[in-house]
Write a protein that binds this ligand. Structure first.
Ligand code: ATR
Length: 272
């Protein structure tokens, strides 16, 4: 019988997850059907419960339900527990629900394997301190950067996050003005500013010579942050399509035990 998976979010119409997972399934000859479901803001648990009782096998969760999913899970992977957010739910054979977070693994794989951007001993600036930022901190620190600095509009959130993860590496936090005189080898945008066509107000000079920029947002046109990066001469100015595909591949692996090839799916989506 065909196994069913969904991605839930609000909005969800433009999600690329069904396309990506359908490609993975074809490539690995897995008999699955993956679709998207728009869920009312206050009805996450009911929608998931309905899907589970109806025989669903697992789901992906996108904005704004990643924290609801964290609460919904019976068990959490270590990464998900510390991220405080879940983007993948796995309905296990014993009836329990496991929550995982594959976003951080997704961005690290995209940076290192797809773009040859190494993080070891690099200075990384992470813009934003919401759920998106929180989800990637542990995997970034695991790559041993010399510094991970979080800058956020609401300074207290950046300081708190730095404090929460201080046992895992050299991590600091502050406001956007806190980086006026520093230089970074990699700047990652995890704010929602791109959605509004804005770039966080960071110094013109904080990108080190030879440095690269990564916007966790994905858009067919260049995002505002990708444009900012190109104008400042970043060696690589990347958006989040690769991360989206890599996080999906990790979720697929957790569900199906098979790791799909991501490069061919990246090419397929880019050429649509
Ligand atoms: P997500 O789960 O997608 O990260 P979120 O938790 O609402 O969403 O966090 C959004 C992030 O984008 C926050 O870091 C937010 O800054 P605040 O913590 O100060 O709210 C940031 N953000 C949103 N709009 C922004 C803007 N126009 N300029 C700068 N930062 C912005």
């Amino acid at each position: 019988m065909t196994d069913r998976y969904i991605v839930v979010g609000n909005p969800i119409a433009h999600s690329k997850s069904p396309l990506i997972h359908t490609q993975f399934a074809q490539q690995t000859q897995q008999d699955i059907y993956y679709s998207s479901l728009l869920v009312d803001i206050d009805h996450f648990s009911e929608a998931v419960e309905r899907f589970r009782i109806g025989g669903g096998k697992g789901l992906n969760i996108t904005v704004p339900f990643k924290i609801d999913a964290w609460h919904y899970a019976d068990e959490l992977t270590d990464l998900a527990r510390r991220a405080g957010a879940v983007n993948t739910l796995i309905f296990q054979d014993d009836g329990s629900v496991l929550g995982a977070n594959t976003d951080g693994i997704g961005i690290v794989r995209d940076l290192i394997y797809n773009h040859a951007i190494h993080l070891d001993q690099q200075r990384i600036l992470l813009l934003g301190a919401g759920g998106a930022a929180q989800g990637v901190i542990q995997p970034l620190l695991a790559e041993n950067p010399s510094l991970l600095h979080i800058a956020n509009r609401t300074v207290s959130k950046a300081v708190q996050l730095a404090d929460d993860f201080s046992d895992l590496g050299n991590i600091t936090g502050g406001g956007f003005e806190s980086i006026a005189t520093q230089k970074f080898d990699l700047i990652i945008n995890a704010t929602a500013a791109s959605l509004q066509g804005h770039v966080p107000p960071i110094s013109e000079h904080c990108l080190a010579s030879g440095g690269s920029c990564y916007d966790m947002m994905y858009s067919v046109e260049d995002t505002a942050f990708v444009t900012w990066a190109k104008q400042r001469g970043a060696v690589k100015s990347l958006d989040g399509l690769g991360m989206l595909i890599e996080q999906a591949a990790e979720a697929f692996y957790l569900w199906r035990g098979i790791r799909p090839d991501t490069a061919s799916v990246f090419e397929y989506i880019e050429n649509l």
